[in-house]
Design a protein. Sequence first.
Length: 215
Amino acid sequence: MDITYLGHSSFLLKFKSAKVICDPFDKSVGFSLPKTTADIVTISHDHKDHNNIEAVSGEPMVINGPGEYEIKGVVVTGLTTFHDENQGKDRGKNTVYVFNADDLRICHLGDLGHELNEKQLNELDGVDILMIPVGGDTSIEIKKAIALVKKIGPSIVVPMHYKTKEHSSLFKTKAKLSEFVDQLGIEPRKEKKLKIKKLDLPEELQLVVLERYAK
């Protein structure tokens, strides 16, 4: 399968049997979502920079909350979490998604705003690739993100939801990617697209920074 970064917290996951788009965004982020089609769209929470379903063409199955779903050979599990450290009282709920297909286990944390408890961590056991917010502010801070990476123990971590020069002023208080990279202390592998098979997974944690696809 392969993973393309569409920007912000949005990715295109292309499995053998289906295409998945996570957290499609609107123009408030400062740039547009590329023209895309999908079989499945997952929404971590109902904020406009994560729930722009209308931007995705085709007739995708939209998953907007916890539960277990199987669509075109992709098993999707949504786990209830929160967008803040106050049980959702500040910013509401957040759904973490785990995708199982092509012998891989991939996790998208959405806008997770708190540390995970033991039960939640157990539900993420065996994750191969972890997509994690690293910009802080409205999601977990960098130090907590790094601690969470170590607890989950993926083979590959892919950062998302950080400030870039293309982002609008709405995101000016977010941290830059370089801050996460420096604190994690792992030399990043930069790719336009991550093409991966189970046999290709590294033995030690690998940081993959994906270039935003903007066509």
